[in-house]
Write a protein that binds this ligand. Structure first.
Ligand SMILES: *[C@@H]1O[C@H](CO)[C@@H](O)[C@H](O)[C@H]1NC(C)=O
Ligand SMILES: *[C@@H]1O[C@H](CO)[C@@H](O)[C@H](O)[C@H]1NC(C)=O
Ligand SMILES: *[C@@H]1O[C@H](CO)[C@@H](O)[C@H](O)[C@H]1NC(C)=O
Ligand SMILES: *[C@@H]1O[C@H](CO)[C@@H](O)[C@H](O)[C@H]1NC(C)=O
Ligand SMILES: *[C@@H]1O[C@H](CO)[C@@H](O)[C@H](O)[C@H]1NC(C)=O
Length: 243
């Protein structure tokens, strides 16, 4: 009796798992002005009688009927859709930010049974060149303390600061190293990324504590990333003294 119950429980658990796995929507990302392909997972096993695509489970935007006739909605998608009957893929061109939505494909087989799949499309803007700026907190001939700022007027981005690349040691284990660098100039790079693109801008440090940035596009700042640099002149002494 106990064993029987356990088996039933495991069986139900298994069903729930597969149902969840199959119905989690596919996610597609696209860039503004770019192209997105929405492709159903169920493509090959059945030849479907007719199919159609909907946006957000309501408006029908494209279809292909049993006589092979393709139809597109005369809406904001006008001239931007292409349906490939061979694999039921919907191509959306000239993407706009507001094309972001859940889309459904209704695949209808010979006996009128519908298979529905969800595909989530998210359209991102290309990341513009970030605006970078340095504020010196304290600077003299031996120390430079500054706050570096980086921003783009776009939400949903990640920031990464790339410090100056120093001394790519040829062979860390070797008893002898050849080093060559200019301790008076260093470059810090801010890289901003989203799922479809990335961009970067640099700040150049010059001894004793001056900073110059690249000029960049207009900044309607919404998000900012800050890095505090505590730089000591010639911090490489530490590395070199290891040898
Ligand atoms: C499509 O919409 C335009 C206006 O947006 C209209 O002039 C045209 O007649 C429509 N065509 C059809 C076939 O409905
Ligand atoms: C679907 O078919 C079109 C046209 O043959 C092709 O360009 C596209 O890459 C195909 N997509 C997939 C996912 O198979
Ligand atoms: C999407 O935005 C464009 C302008 O970028 C506008 O013309 C269009 O009507 C909008 N579509 C919807 C569905 O809101
Ligand atoms: C999708 O539909 C829901 C209601 O069913 C609505 O609240 C929502 O705003 C719609 N989203 C888009 C992007 O059209
Ligand atoms: C910064 O952007 C330039 C193109 O603008 C690219 O060549 C370079 O690889 C990028 N640097 C980083 C660290 O991503």
């Amino acid at each position: 009796m106990m064993m029987g119950l356990t088996r039933v429980f495991l069986f139900l658990f298994f069903i729930r798992q597969t149902a969840w796995a199959q119905h989690g929507p596919l996610e597609v990302v696209g860039a503004v002005h770019g192209v997105a392909y929405l492709s159903p997972r169920l493509q090959t096993q059945t030849s479907y009688h007719q199919i159609h695509w909907r946006r957000n489970n309501s408006v029908k935007i494209a279809s292909w009927d049993s006589r092979g006739k393709v139809w597109y909605a005369n809406s904001t998608y006008k001239g931007r859709l292409e349906l490939f009957p061979n694999n039921n893929t919907l191509k959306i061109s000239c993407l706009q930010k507001n094309d972001s939505s859940m889309y459904q494909v209704y695949l209808e087989d010979e006996v009128g049974k519908e298979h529905i799949e969800n595909i989530l499309l998210t359209v991102y803007e290309l990341v513009p060149k970030p605006t970078v700026n340095a504020n010196v907190i304290r600077g003299d001939s031996t120390w430079c303390k500054a706050t570096l700022e980086c921003s783009v007027g776009l939400e949903g981005v990640t920031y990464e600061w790339i410090p100056p690349s120093k001394l790519p040691l040829e062979d860390v284990g070797a008893s002898e190293q050849h080093v060559s660098f200019d301790p008076l100039i260093e470059t810090y790079t801010c890289k901003v990324s989203n799922p479809v693109s990335s961009n970067n801008a640099s700040l150049t440090y010059r001894h004793p504590c001056s900073w110059t940035g690249e000029s960049s596009a207009a900044a309607a700042c919404t998000t900012t990333s800050t890095l505090v640099v505590l730089g000591h002149l010639l911090p490489l002494f530490l590395l070199l003294s290891l040898a």
